[in-house]
Design a protein around this ligand. Sequence first.
Ligand code: CO
Length: 362
Amino acid sequence: MPRVERLLEELSNAHGPSGSEGPVRKIVQRELAPLCDELETDGVGSLIARLGEREGTPRIMLAAHMDEVGLMVRYITPEGYVKFQGLGGVLDQALINQRWAIVTGKGVVYGVTGIKTTHVMTVEARTQLFRREQMFIDVGASSKQDAEERLGIRPGDPVAPDSKFMALNGSKVYLGKAWDDRAGVGVMIEVMRNLRGRAPKGAVYAAATVQEEVGLRGAHTSTYKVHPDIGINLESGVAGDYPGTNMDEAQEKLGEGPGLFLHDSSMLPNLKLRDFVLDVARELEIPVQFNVLAGYGQDGSEMQRGFGGVPVINLTVPTRYLHSHNGLMHRDDFDRAVALATEVVRRLDGPTVEGIRSFEQS
Ligand code: CO
């Protein structure tokens, strides 16, 4: 398998619900260590790589979150069933009858969210939705003691979707559980690889953040460490190209280029930076899609609000079926996002950043 596909497979398969990003951090650390001048973590576990001088300006910050939506062990019933707390926004309907990986101190324990057998349900009950309060994970334990002692499950242990990467039927469409935001993490790694030896003046920081899905927490703390002059958030976008969605809900389509967000509930992008990115994209002949979402939220907004305000954009790899066991992205969108972000960063020299930051009339 070619290198980038293998990296994306590894990133998607890694277990990293919010607050337990360790396995992802290990991969990012391994990839970024040879590409940067310094690696450090913030106090909650975000990994920050610096390329360039410590006091160099401008300070360009890239961010992508390592965590994925998942669950956390709430308690174990006397019979050995695992009750859970959700981490991040997932539909109750996406939780039922799925495979899960509980990451315990003793290793990974697999289980399923059981589903009530249709044979014992009334006709009326068969058309109702299952609510998460009714759900539990069956790990095949015989009792609470068995689950605790033999399997090593403890309250607070993270629970990740168990779903493996696949290039779907030999296409460039990649199936995976965690493109939000391992797609962005992958883009960030490849951009840093491209910049190695050809970095712009100043310093580029790549922040692989934690706990985005529960409230953009790692972006808050890592922005504080970086003190950026300008920021680019790298995220999974929201594709609206499947039955039942429309342009008013989401505009991105798989295979038609990286996305640029113009609105989400957490941030308005800097429009000078938008124009700069579009100019570079036109020159490179990379198609760019826009997206305007009523909801959503992303790490860029934490960068934007740091240190008196920072120009930021959110650049995406369009993704279908976010926040579920099985998401889809397109490899061409990934490669074009890498190419575009690389060239944008390379051209963000001091005067350019100053111009984008300025609100004086010209
Ligand atoms: Co995300």
